[in-house]
Design a protein around this ligand. Structure first.
Ligand code: PLP
Length: 232
């Protein structure tokens, strides 16, 4: 059985290769270990194997493992859907909230950050496949929400996050979604709205992070390929 250490080494090699195919180096790609359903011990193992950034899906789980010191010394991101009543638990507690998908949520994060006198980094989650079952804003609403951030203190929009449709796999459609995301990213970066400092495109998971990198991603969220299959 491969260890977390072996897995981390392998994933980093693949990232390096994919990055070089797009004229970059592995150091240009941020690897976020998606640690949902994995114990604080497993998170520590990954940390000692060289992971310096973790992403959690559920606020409750994030808080529990954080209290155990699981992420000490590393960055922590929220990558799953954020409910409005949980905003107070994550603002100031994680380095990046990747899953901002409405103006209301943005406003609440802004209010909370302002009251804490901090600045919270966020990404806007785009529902690039326009799937009814998925969170994220419609691509056509991106400009509106990004420009809205300019009126909100205490937040900085650092970029975009997306999870393309899962069944687009075999058809190679996913590559098109990655390409579409890259275009949105370049466009919104060029707008230079206030409270926007667009430098991050978060896309790519265990099954497709190489393709995502080749399409221009500079942040990948990898779970299974690091920790092994999750037991639900
Ligand atoms: C679980 C998860 C990942 C990682 O998924 P794997 O397929 O295990 O790599 C990435 N992003 C989000 C938002 C996730 O929930």
């Amino acid at each position: 059985m491969l260890s977390i250490e072996d897995n981390v080494r392998h994933v980093k090699e693949l990232i390096e290769k994919a990055a070089s195919r797009s004229g970059r180096s592995g150091g240009d790609i941020r690897l976020v270990a998606a640690s949902k359903q994995n114990s604080a011990d497993a998170v520590r193992s990954a940390y000692h194997a060289g992971i310096d950034c973790f992403g959690e899906n559920r606020v409750q789980e994030l808080m529990e493992k954080k209290a155990l010191g699981a992420y000490d010394g590393a960055e922590l991101h929220l990558i799953g859907h954020l409910q409005k009543n949980k905003v107070k638990n994550v603002v100031g507690q994680c380095d990046l909230i990747q899953s901002v998908d409405s103006k209301e949520l943005m406003e609440l994060i802004s209010k909370r950050a302002t009251s804490l006198e901090i600045v919270q980094d966020i990404l806007i989650e785009v529902n690039i496949g326009r799937e009814e079952t998925k969170t994220g804003i419609d691509p056509s609403a991106l400009d509106d929400i990004a420009s809205y951030a300019s009126s909100l203190p205490g937040i900085i929009v650092k970029g975009l996050m997306a999870i393309p449709p899962i069944n687009s796999y075999e058809s190679h459609e996913k590559y098109n979604y990655f390409d579409l995301m890259y275009k949105l990213y370049v466009d919104i970066r060029a707008k230079k709205y206030d409270n926007n400092d667009i430098c991050t495109l978060s896309m790519g998971m265990s099954s497709d992070f190489e393709e995502a990198i080749i399409a221009g991603s500079n942040m990948v969220r990898v779970g299974t390929a690091i920790f092994g299959p999750r037991a639900y």
